[in-house]
Ligand binder design. Structure first.
Ligand SMILES: [Mn+2]
Length: 465
């Protein structure tokens, strides 16, 4: 939209309808985590912080997509976890112990954007200072324009200023070059806005790795939606379909069931594309045969599901596809079984790898003891606000939610009989560790050969259009 058009529309809409202050839900979720949850988590963080320290969290930057339009904003997960606030340009400051300011004292400050009719007309309602106090329960709330002016923001008196690694704030490893340039810039042009960077990673890992009942309720909903989408997609697959249409079925079900977003770029790859681990182009059309691998999850109130199913385009597995599939399924079942309190997650990976290695030897795809490239990734990861969630990988504890996702990928040109080429199979479930064992939260999505072939006989939403 051009600036001129924007100005015209603004004048038009503002002139006729005035300023509507009804919140559109962008600022916070009224059915997400509760203010009490966020408050308790800030208290838990405080308990882990060293004496005379302060922790500073910036939410995510806004990323430009094209000319004057931006990517949809998503808050930084740590920031959201501690506050529930979903607007950009915000800073949270958590003190180990209360700090005096004005006539009182507080052990945490939050700095947020000001309310502004012009901006809200375009981008939706903001909470502002009063809104954050009322809806999110934070008490010491200031405008972000006050951040560096506030006398209490002189952080030099603290023994430690904790803040996330700069690369995390700015968007991860793919921004390494940009971040490096910014680092050089900030070194040569010291900015008072940049506190000494010390990673809060370990503390946040410890807090976020165990899910509370309140989080589990939301995470289970995200997984339920993701699973329902898989079932509808599996039913919709038949010869002639495109990867994109199947992606659309997943994301349609997500939206229809109330998910606000996808948890990560949807992966829908058929034939040789099933062998590309993070394939997100999804642009192959007129699928006729082979397998189609779908690694797709919905994001619901910030939490992501992460389910993978691999099914035959024709509705029936070929002999070779079935042979590979059965090995991966066996590895999934053994890996899931091994997910118990006190077990080491790395051992879960070894259990699955041994089954895959033996299966490949039995089929003559590799020789005994041969190193091979057909299972190149880890067995799984923590799942939560981030699809690859925070947390160390060691002994399993109750309240952890992890994925188990073995796979075998044999791309065209591999060093084996060409009859195995273009078969990529991954099966992924979401596992909650309990006191007595585990709960497979994506159990309801069919995964055996028989159950998948049976489900594929049904019509899906694509056939009903
Ligand atoms: Mn995964």
């Amino acid at each position: 939209m051009t600036k001129t058009l924007k100005c015209f529309l603004f004048a038009f809409l503002f002139g006729f309808f005035g300023w509507n202050t009804t919140a559109n839900g962008q600022s916070w979720f009224d059915d997400g985590l509760s203010p009490a949850f966020h408050k308790e988590r800030r208290q838990a963080l405080r308990a882990l912080m060293p004496e005379n320290s302060v922790a500073v969290f910036f939410t995510n930057p806004i990323k430009n997509r094209s000319n004057d339009t931006d990517f949809a904003f998503r808050p930084n997960s740590d920031f959201y976890y501690l506050t529930g606030f979903r607007e950009p340009n915000a800073v949270l400051v958590v003190f180990k112990s209360p700090q005096g300011f004005g006539n009182g004292s507080a052990d945490e400050f939050i700095f947020v954007p000001a309310r502004d009719p012009r901006t809200e007309q375009w981008e939706g309602a903001r909470l502002g200072v009063e809104g954050v106090q009322e809806k999110l329960g934070l008490e010491a709330v200031f405008l972000n324009s006050e951040f560096m002016k506030s006398p209490a923001m002189d952080l030099s008196k603290f023994a430690q200023v904790l803040s996330p690694a700069k690369s995390q704030t700015e968007g991860g490893r793919h921004n390494a070059t940009l971040n490096g340039m910014m680092e050089v810039f900030y070194t040569n042009n010291p900015s008072p806005a940049k506190p000494a960077a010390m990673a809060l990673d370990k503390m946040m890992n410890q807090l976020r790795v165990i899910k509370s009942e309140e989080e589990l309720t939301i995470l289970k909903k995200a997984i339920e939606i993701s699973g329902m989408a898989h079932i509808e997609a599996i039913k919709s697959i038949q010869p002639g379909v495109s990867e994109r249409a199947i992606q659309g079925v997943h994301e349609f079900v997500h939206k229809a069931m109330g998910a606000e977003d996808i948890g990560y770029g949807s992966i829908v790859g058929a034939g040789n594309n099933s062998c590309i681990l993070h394939y997100v182009d999804n642009d192959k059309r007129e699928l006729q045969d082979g397998v189609i691998l779908m690694d797709v999850g919905a994001e619901y109130r910030g939490y992501s599901g992460d389910i993978t199913r691999t099914v035959p385009v024709k509705g029936v597995f070929s002999k070779e596809e079935k042979a590979i599939y059965e090995i991966v399924l066996k590895a999934l079942e053994a890996g899931t079984e091994a997910c118990k309190v006190g077990e080491d997650f790395r051992d879960v990976g070894l259990v699955a790898k041994q089954i895959i290695d033996k299966g490949l030897v039995d089929l003559g795809i590799i020789k005994e003891g041969e190193r091979h490239p057909y299972f190149p990734h880890g067995i799984g990861h923590h799942l939560g606000l981030d699809v690859h969630d925070r947390g160390a990988y060691g002994k399993l504890m109750p309240g952890m939610v992890l994925t188990v996702e073995p796979g075998i990928y044999i791309p065209e040109g591999s060093n084996c009989d060409p009859k195995w080429w273009k078969i990529g199979v991954r099966i992924e479930d979401n596992i909650l560790i309990t006191e007595t064992g585990n709960l497979n939260l994506s159990q309801f999505v069919p995964r055996t050969v028989a159950d998948i072939e049976k489900l594929m006989k049904e019509d899906g939403v694509l056939q009903k259009l």
